[in-house]
Design a protein around this ligand. Structure first.
Ligand code: SAM
Length: 218
């Protein structure tokens, strides 16, 4: 199908999508809000007063949900390549999370660590699986490395993943970092067949073999 045809099909799907309508009705910036709401309903990741990091935050649907749930005593530190309009309770950095300067700016905002790192980051999809899957995995690995650095002992990591080459290895890696690893597929993700979310909880102490793993991954 032509690029124009693809765009038309996307627009048709978008306007008839019940989650898009619900997001508009409830004042959420994206349908993605409902994925986080559903995951939080079952897994209770967002607790009052928590410090939450939102990686790949624009246009801000997850940040909105997080700020609502954690309340005025909590903080959301968000980052995205794209600009994002201001949201109450959300500190935003625009930049590429894979760049050292952006990472340093995030760390400077988190002197006391974080209780939840969540990543809905997704690369610009080309449609070529051999290109898209490694790009997506790379973003998950960045989120995981960051979480290992900043999470408090009782903290959790929530990341978007795509089923495909490397998925099993990624789950195994999560299993070496966390005592509990959960896979979630919220209803708002159903039409995105390969998309799912991984939750890591009960972070394990880094042992010498873990350190070796990290250098292998870099
Ligand atoms: C699916 S959208 C996130 C939607 C968001 N969770 C919401 O609820 O509105 C994925 C985002 O990841 C961002 N992203 C992808 N790679 C990134 C990177 N290297 N650094 C920062 N943001 C990135 C994209 O710009 C995009 O806005």
């Amino acid at each position: 199908m032509s690029r124009r045809g693809n765009t038309r099909r996307w627009l048709q799907r978008h306007v008839s999508d019940p989650y898009v309508r619900q997001a508009q009705a409830q004042g959420y910036r994206s349908r993605a809000s409902f994925k986080l709401l559903e995951i939080d309903q079952s897994d209770r990741l967002l607790t009052p007063g928590a410090t939450v990091v939102d990686l790949g935050a624009a246009p801000g649907g997850w940040s909105q949900v997080a700020a609502e749930r954690i309340g005025p005593r909590g903080r959301v530190v968000a980052v995205d390549l794209l600009d994002m309009g201001p949201l109450p309770g959300v500190e935003f950095i625009q930049g590429d999370f894979s760049e050292q300067a952006v990472l340093d700016a995030m760390l400077a905002l988190l002197p006391d660590g974080a209780d939840l790192v969540m990543s809905d980051m997704a690369p610009n999809l080309t449609g070529v699986r051999d290109v898209d899957q490694p790009a997506a995995l790379y973003l998950v690995e960045l989120a995981l490395d960051f979480a290992v650095r900043v999470l408090n002992p009782r903290g959790a990591l929530l990341v978007k993943c795509f089923e495909g080459a490397g998925s099993q290895e990624l789950r195994a890696l999560f299993g070496r970092r966390f005592g509990q690893v959960l896979v979630r597929k919220p209803d708002a993700s159903r039409d995105r067949s390969r998309e799912h979310y991984l939750i890591g909880r009960a972070m394990l102490p880094i042992t010498p073999s873990h350190s070796a793993d990290r250098s292998e991954e870099s």
